[in-house]
Design a protein around this ligand. Sequence first.
Ligand code: COA
Length: 637
Amino acid sequence: MWGICSRTMVKVGMAKPCGLMKPCHLVKPVSVTRVSGRYLTHQKGLPSLPVPPLQQTCERYISALEPIVEVDELKHTKELVDEFQKAGGVGERLQRGLEKRARSTENWLSEWWVQVAYLDYRLPVVVHSSPGLVLPRMNFSDKQGQIRFAAKLIAGVLDFKMMIDNETLPVEYMGGKSLCMNQYYEVLSSCRVPGLKRDSVVNHAKRSTPPKHIAVVHNLQFYVLEVYNSDGTPLTADEFCVQLERICSSSLQTDMEPVGILTTQHRDAWGRAYVTLTQDKTNKESVSAIQRSIFTLCLDGAMPQVSDETYRSYAAIQMLHGGGSQWNSGNRWFDKTLQFIIGEDGTCGANYEHAPAEGPPIVALIDHVVEYTRKPDITSTPMVPLPMPQKLHFNITPEIKKDIEKAQHAMNILAQDLDMRVMVFGHFGKNVPKTHKMSPDAFIQMALQLAYYRMYQCCCATYESASQRMFRLGRTDTIRSASSASATFVKAFDDPSKQNIEKVDLMVKAVNAHRSYTTMAISGQAIDRHLLGLKMVAVEENLSIPDIYTDTTYAKALHYKLSTSQVPSKTDCIMCFGPIVPDGYGVCYNPMNDHINFAVSSFNTCKDTNAAHLAQAVEGALLDMRTLLEQSPRAKL
Ligand code: COA
């Protein structure tokens, strides 16, 4: 069964979940301007997420369906939508319910969203929900280098944490509007906890005694590493080095049970295994120490030796799922909101559990940490003797061993199924679309549409994440990149009967349509979360689910064969995630000024998809679109 995550809303048995802006080109992403501000005061000043007008959403829903469904299906859906939105109809009742909720909550969507998109979602978080992040390969290739880098990284995270703790984290702005900073306060010291039917997330930073340790895992063995002195100052990088060396030399055994691999399971299976695991007092205390830690540091063993060409794709796999039980999948605790991963060969990155946050705050934290690790070493003060990091023990009963074996088996099948291709598109970056006065993000999205059309001769429902952080507790909405304008453009592009001048005109229209949708989505006027909200009102009020939601067209609209996201960063890194439907692709990209990093994923079990082919097709589409612009007189405008 396929569920929903932040990038999708697909079939789920239960609830079937899932302004006035500046001109498009002036809307900037996060981290444009930063000023200091106290968290709560800042949060209070943010606007609430609006409830869009019902009729507007209904009209936009029909337009969004045009490129992806058949004419007769669209006709039928129009009838259902007319019935839904008619005066005195169920749509109006649900709309009133949603508006009432909006008046009485900080954000009418946020709680539902975390529940429905993440905590009720039962597929493994690995691949299906938690993104990985690959950093550029670091300049070390042995244990000593690994430990040295890890020590600096811990110090860098604590440096960032200090801004969170002091509430001095600079407020971020997008298009001149300040953004909600809540996600930064949710990513450290928090952990997902599996349940039998529904998970939860516990943020220990909000407890009266916030945690002062991190969890380190090496050779599948977990340790508690205290990171603060008794006076509250953090240990130095040199001290972390000593502590990490002690951990590594006391965990040389390589035949330990990979308890961490239990967290890769289907959530129902993990929920059951969790009950068994934590029946034992020692196990319960060990699990609790990991859950309460500020973050997890995974010191990985070897990864497969690969050529330079495939290195980044393998690194992405290590960050996304660890490569299977024979590699590093057991050297993780995937429920942990933030895991930093450091390999002995310089492969570095992170994995994060998606429920508390989106990619941009995680990347901003990582950008800070990477910058910190590049600073020259400070000559340290003499070290005081430190207590030995505490090893976390697990008593493995035959039942737990069986659960571990099952988890290993399932993880290995998933690892084999995932096809991941990281492509560095080196011909140009944001510079080229900007020269042609186009939004780079819209340009890339149109290249994705063209690439897909060239491979499949049709358009598909496409998801792109749009930030709603202009609103208090805002998360995301969907930019539906497949539009009527994009469909006309991709169909014309390889048509020899069309003149170049016409093709450029269609490209400009498609890019502008995408940018308008983006503006609409970031200002809280997109359709997907609104439709979800209306449905959730029906569920909560025990009303029958309106026909527009049981319509096959709705299922088609939510079957995102392209699930995409832009995650920009200062560091030359790339985030990666799995497809969200069995026959689809996951595409994450980081547009830098003069190149673009892409991570494309698909499933090997689907014979119709191939990550490398789509990556190649995207490269071809980007190059062809540039050539067209360069050859056209309009491009010189
Ligand atoms: N002419 C010239 N320059 C233009 C332009 C135009 N017509 N349109 C945009 N630009 C410039 C912008 O000013 C910006 O400049 P900068 O590089 O100096 O910052 C740059 O091009 C990028 O703009 P654009 O490509 O339009 O995208 P964006 O930065 O506005 O981002 C989204 C668009 C949708 C990615 C962003 O709004 C968003 O929501 N991001 C969050 C996504 C998210 O949460 N992902 C994580 C999911 S886990």
